[in-house]
Design a protein around this ligand. Structure first.
Ligand code: ADP
Ligand code: UDP
Length: 236
């Protein structure tokens, strides 16, 4: 399947149309941004790593009964996916306090929760992706009540699968962001990506951060952390 036209260029990926209007090609870049685009940089090799990591996770989730947009890995950086209408919500699951949760609620990072939490942000760059609750999302017509229920169930199931998988690799899955989309037939699938850009991964023993926080917080060895995650996931 070949690329026909560039539909969208985002911060981390390009999206291309294909001759099949139900499919598109995502093309992963090495560009990195943080704090709503205020911090910009490049993480060498990130695009290829995120492509492989995300496709691995999407395959694993599909096997475990979570429908996804994944169709076929085309190259190092390119993947064929089902073209979806993205539900404009960032769905965030947390197992351990970190990032904006720790900041907003004035607690330290590293508190292990009894039960995972879920929250939504309205995916809208102009507004700075504000936190939103499910009633607001329904009122704004971003999703129906049924779709929200389905998204919640799929997000928690994704957490169960990923948490157990990463535990086996000696990694604590701290938190992550998911996006969902609607296919041509109206069904909801997991879309976008699952990678060290969109998850927090801490080494279970050393608590070393192996994700984009190394870039956000200038912790050094950013490329090394992404490579380490790829190595552990692929068992290389
Ligand atoms: P951003 O838009 O936040 O800068 P990216 O650079 O990752 O993010 O751009 C990828 C865009 O493609 C995102 O807006 C994402 O919602 C969208 N997207 C992800 N998966 C699909 C898909 N299967 N079909 C259509 N759009 C998708
Ligand atoms: N996240 C993301 N994209 C965003 C916002 C958050 O992928 O636009 C991920 C982030 O990598 C982390 C989780 O969602 O794994 C929770 O992020 P948080 O709300 O703590 O925000 P941050 O600390 O990034 O401001």
């Amino acid at each position: 399947m070949e690329k026909t036209a560039l539909i969208y260029e985002g911060k981390a990926k390009k999206v291309w149309s294909t001759p099949d209007e139900t499919l598109c090609i995502v093309d992963y870049k090495d560009d990195a941004t943080a704090f709503n685009g205020l911090k910009k940089g490049t993480i060498k090799g990130k695009g290829a790593i995120n492509n492989r990591v995300s496709n691995f996770m999407m395959r694993l989730l599909a096997e475990q009964g979570v429908p996804t947009h994944f169709v076929e890995e085309l190259s190092d950086r390119e993947t064929l996916v089902k073209k979806v209408e993205i539900v404009p919500l960032e769905v965030i699951i947390r197992n351990i306090s970190a990032g904006s949760f720790a900041k907003n609620y004035g607690v330290k990072e590293g508190i292990v929760f009894e039960e995972p939490t879920i929250e939504f942000s309205y995916k809208n760059d102009d507004l700075g992706d504000p936190l939103i609750n499910s009633y607001h999302a329904i009122a704004l017509g971003l999703a129906t009540k049924e779709e929200i229920e389905q998204i919640k169930a799929m997000a928690f199931k994704t957490n169960d699968v990923m948490k157990a998988f990463f535990k086996g690799l000696g990694i604590d899955l701290v938190d992550f962001k998911l996006e969902f989309g609607k296919t041509a037939d109206g069904s909801i699938v997991l879309a976008d990506e699952i990678s060290p850009d969109t998850c927090r991964f801490w080494d279970s023993e050393t608590h070393e951060k192996l994700d984009k926080d190394r870039f956000r917080r200038d912790l050094g060895n950013v490329e090394g952390a992404y490579e380490e995650m790829l190595r552990r996931i692929m068992g290389e």
